[in-house]
Design a protein around this ligand. Structure first.
Ligand SMILES: C[S@@+](CC[C@H](N)C(=O)[O-])C[C@H]1O[C@@H](n2cnc3c(N)ncnc32)[C@H](O)[C@@H]1O
Length: 295
């Protein structure tokens, strides 16, 4: 496997995961796919890779996610890093979706594990996964076909997708933002706002920012180049900045958090006029004002 030498990942975690991973099965899987053909079939030649993505060694692996070995080892490793259990953590997002969405977009879908859970939960919905890594998408597509799940995977950048505005009822992202510089995360949130229908729901499942701020070694152990900056940030504030409303973040066990938010419904001109009128009628006297907040 192509790995950068002497990373923490290689020194400590790779030997540990090496014990847990069935190397024979992985090799068999790797050899069962014609990668050149599969990548050519899924890759969009128009896609250009942002600098942070091309030049960062995510998890200590050279070329990060643009690498076959990263794609085939992703699932076997990820199952061990989402306590108390991978499906339980991912289900926290799926179960927080309200109503019956017709179109769902999974940004940074990777090997499509959450994408598959979404389709199983909402079989009537069109579920689309988007990722910048053709290698990860090849694995995602392979898994969906093996389960006969009707999923669509697209190669593209979540910062600027090609969908028209108001295309989806639900947009979600699982384990994406700790992998991006905060400025990229904020741009992706703005793009999510754009492609969501008014009243549509956004869900972000990722590392718990409070835990990452309090337990520093977590920021170094997995060789994530942007995780410290992500942990120092505040997803609620980023969502507010991107004009989302009903923003709420809750812990998912101690290592993860789930944020939910909505794109506001448009306010009709009649409602705007009535609010403006009642503002005008409000007597501006000291006694009518709410008390000043204590802070
Ligand atoms: C840690 S993986 C998470 C994959 C998957 N969502 C999951 O929960 O297992 C992060 C994924 O985000 C993708 N990614 C990073 N930046 C992206 C961007 N700007 N647009 C689309 N995908 C991106 C990577 O290629 C990678 O597959």
């Amino acid at each position: 496997m192509e790995t950068q030498s002497k990373t923490i990942f290689e020194q400590f975690l790779a030997p540990l995961f090496g014990q847990l991973i069935d190397r024979e099965a992985l090799l068999e899987f790797r050899n069962s796919i014609d990668w050149a053909a599969a990548i050519a079939a899924i890759a969009n030649p128009q896609v250009t890779y942002p600098d942070y993505y091309q030049h960062s060694n995510f998890h200590g692996i050279q070329n990060g996610y643009l690498n076959i070995d990263a794609a085939i080892t992703y699932d076997p490793i990820t199952q061990y890093v989402l306590p108390p259990g991978e499906t339980w953590v991912r289900d926290s997002l799926v179960k927080a979706i309200q109503g019956q969405p017709r179109r769902i977009l999974d940004l940074g879908c990777g090997t499509g594990t959450t994408t598959r859970l979404l389709k199983r939960q909402f079989p009537q919905a069109e579920v689309v996964g988007l990722d910048l890594s053709p290698q990860m998408l090849v694995v995602a597509d392979h898994k969906a076909r093996a389960e006969s799940l009707d999923l669509t995977f697209r190669h593209g950048n979540a910062m600027a997708t090609e969908w028209p505005a108001a295309s989806f009822d639900v947009v979600c992202a699982t384990l994406l933002f700790h992998e991006t510089p905060p400025v990229v995360a904020k741009t992706i949130l703005q793009e999510s706002w754009r492609v969501l229908n008014p009243g549509g729901q956004l869900l972000v499942l990722d590392g718990n920012q409070h835990t990452l701020r309090s337990v520093d070694w977590l920021n170094t152990i997995f060789e994530e180049p942007f995780i410290r900056a992500y942990g120092q940030g505040n997803l609620d504030a980023w969502l507010g900045y991107a004009r989302f409303e009903a923003v709420r973040t809750q812990d998912v066990f101690w290592l993860n958090q789930l944020s939910t938010a909505r794109k506001p419904l448009p306010v009709s001109p009649a409602a705007q006029a009535s609010v403006a009128k009642s503002d005008l009628e409000m007597p501006d006297v000291e006694g009518d004002r709410p008390p000043a907040p204590a802070w």
